[in-house]
Design a protein around this ligand. Structure first.
Ligand code: AMP
Length: 122
């Protein structure tokens, strides 16, 4: 089964955050998007941006979300990074998709990583 066809698990941890069942350290929220600090940061700035609607991964999101939702999500990621003050020095965006990537939480999310120098990918 491809990542874009995987069934969404409503009991994943980010679904629980969206329902308010577990707390998060919120950075940003709008009609489509929630952003909060990663609980195990790997850089001085480590924020997760998630859509409010249920998508398993980037593959599911890009295949099935409405264009308006995709546009709002992408603009929110850029705005959040800018508001975090990491745009000038630069930052890294990461989204893990499925088994080979090591995706742990099956609700689409983008990691915004900043505040330090990163090495080459690979
Ligand atoms: P991924 O491996 O791309 O699925 O990343 C999942 C991320 O979610 C990891 O960086 C975790 O540290 C983070 N995470 C897991 N549980 C929580 C939580 N309750 N609040 C914030 N971040 C979390």
């Amino acid at each position: 089964m491809s990542a874009s066809k995987t069934t969404y698990d409503p009991n994943n941890i980010f679904a629980k955050i969206l329902r308010g069942e577990i707390p998060c350290k919120k950075v940003y929220e709008d009609d489509f998007v929630l952003a909060f600090y990663d609980i195990v940061p790997i850089s001085p700035v480590h924020v997760l941006v998630i859509p409010k609607n249920p998508y398993v991964s980037f593959a599911d999101f890009t295949a099935n979300a409405k264009p308006e939702e995709i546009a709002c999500f992408m603009k929110a990621v850029g705005k959040i990074a800018k508001d975090l003050g990491i745009e000038e020095d630069g930052y890294r965006l990461v989204t893990n998709i499925g088994k080979n990537s090591g995706q742990e939480v099956p609700h689409f999310h983008v990691h915004i990583l900043g505040g330090r120098q990163f090495g080459p990918l690979g």
